[in-house]
Design a protein around this ligand. Structure first.
Ligand code: FES
Ligand code: FES
Length: 153
């Protein structure tokens, strides 16, 4: 065990943890930030995607030791129900969620895309989200939501 300080959504949290604890477990189990989903735990579904240093990464594959001291953004840090981020509003406007299990990871991956490329083509969006799985098959609405958000961002 060692002490790690995490900078999450602008707040600092100091915790005693094993260095190889996946960031996903810390977010959900230690800090109650459950918007970040546990899908596969194997880096294969994208449900656990968060932003670290502005890069979209799969938090189930990030040891807490490598996330410490770097700015981490989760879905909870993007916006609020009263003041949603344009991506969150666009997903609502396009009714892009069915069960919504994948949506946090989709939004955080799309957030990374729009940071790098504020005017993505449809092909850019499909490419960026291609490794995020959605068992409900709402992909077309998800792409439309990202296009909508790009117009107002
Ligand atoms: S839970 Fe991390 S990629 Fe599936
Ligand atoms: S909306 Fe159900 S998994 Fe994507």
């Amino acid at each position: 065990m060692a002490e790690f300080t995490l900078d999450i959504n602008g707040s600092r949290h100091t915790l005693d943890l094993d260095a190889d604890t996946p960031l996903l477990y810390v977010l959900r189990n230690e800090l109650g930030l459950t918007a970040t989903r546990f899908g596969c735990g194997l880096g294969e579904c994208g449900a656990c995607t968060v932003s670290i240093d502005g890069r979209s990464l799969r938090s189930c594959q990030v040891p807490v030791a490598s996330a410490a001291g770097r700015p981490i953004l989760t879905l909870e840090g993007l916006g609020t129900p009263e003041d949603p981020h344009p991506l969150q509003q666009a997903f609502i406007d396009e009714q892009a969620a069915q069960c919504a299990f994948c949506i946090s990871g989709m939004i955080m991956t799309a957030h990374g895309l729009l940071q790098r490329n504020p005017s993505p083509t449809e092909a850019d969006i499909k490419s960026a989200l291609s490794a995020n799985l959605c068992g409900c098959g709402t992909h077309l609405r998800i792409v439309r939501a990202v296009q909508r958000a790009a117009k107002v961002s």
